[in-house]
Design a protein around this ligand. Structure first.
Ligand code: AMP
Length: 278
């Protein structure tokens, strides 16, 4: 695997590969890699000639300073995992390499009303930061296909919108959520959970699953009410649990085909998100 920290060197290597007609698959991450990230690398490996991963903890998408400072950065271990998975190129720039030349932060305000809901409402400025970095990385990496996890479902909609507008030739791949045995969605933040919190964190997926199981019956509104109650009992603090249209995020009163449940909770000091297509 080739490790590159410099943007120009990175783009020059990409151009070299593209000149040979090699198909570039790209997996952007913030590192602290787990099996969920690696499943994206595997998908890219299956569909593309050259697999590129980026590890960049993007400061502009964090709206809480301590979250950025405490974000895990086990780069040596990440490199080993990527080598093992057969990744070809790792782009791992410093913050100055990306933002040093006065990169102007993009605005997501006209991306459609869905962007202002849920994560958009809970984390002001978050999607502006996401768009800024994803756009920059796409420009440098010039991928044919990109791979994102359903775990960050709203982010996937944002990136799909960005692709439609700015990168119409990129193929977007939505990859399934990998979970721990008890159902907890894998996340780089899970290591911050205390043993006690980790033990009860299965409840998040259990409630989502229960909603899905009741979705086609009259019982789903009761399931939703129960879930909201359970996920707001200490040490859980519910930020949102929304059942909505999976494309527009319009709220749903009655059964409909294209629906999703999305949740964000604080468990102690850790913020966790998850979702399920209904
Ligand atoms: P992150 O490093 O958290 O920015 O995530 C990088 C990519 O990995 C994003 O596309 C995430 O949606 C995806 N991802 C994170 N957790 C999981 C998971 N449990 N299963 C599948 N993909 C995931």
């Amino acid at each position: 695997m080739i490790l590159i920290k410099n943007s120009q060197t990175f783009n020059a290597l990409i151009k070299e590969k593209k000149a040979k007609n090699l198909k570039i698959g790209f997996v952007p991450t913030m590192g602290a890699l787990h099996a969920g990230h690696l499943s994206l690398i595997k998908s890219a490996r299956q569909k593309c000639d050259i697999v590129v991963c980026s590890i960049f903890v993007n400061p502009t998408q964090f709206n809480v300073a301590s979250d950025l400072t405490n974000y895990p950065r086990p780069i040596e271990k990440d490199i080993q995992l990527l080598v093992h998975e057969g990744c070809d190129i790792l782009f791992h720039p410093e913050v100055d390499e990306i933002y040093g030349n006065g990169l102007v932060k993009d605005s997501s305000s006209d991306f459609g009303s869905f962007i202002h809901l849920l994560e958009g409402a809970s984390r002001p400025g978050h999607f502006d930061g996401v768009i800024t970095i994803v756009k920059k990385l796409f420009q440098l990496c010039e991928p044919k296909e990109v791979f994102f996890g359903q775990k960050d479902y709203q982010q996937c909609l944002v990136v799909e919108t960005l692709i439609q507008r700015n990168f119409p030739n990129i193929v977007f791949n939505l990859c399934p959520i990998l979970r721990e045995e008890d159902g907890l969605a894998m996340s780089s933040r899970n290591i911050r959970l205390s043993a006690e919190e980790r033990k009860i964190s299965y409840k998040i997926y259990k409630e989502l699953k229960n909603l899905k199981d009741n979705w086609q019956t009259q019982q789903w509104e009761i399931a939703l009410k129960n879930a909201k109650h359970i996920l707001n009992e200490a040490p859980f603090k519910l930020e949102y649990l929304s059942v909505c249209n999976a494309k527009t995020f319009d709220s749903i009163d009655n059964f409909e085909e294209n629906a999703i449940a999305l949740v964000a909770v604080q468990l102690g000091n850790t913020r966790l998100i998850d979702n399920i297509l209904l």
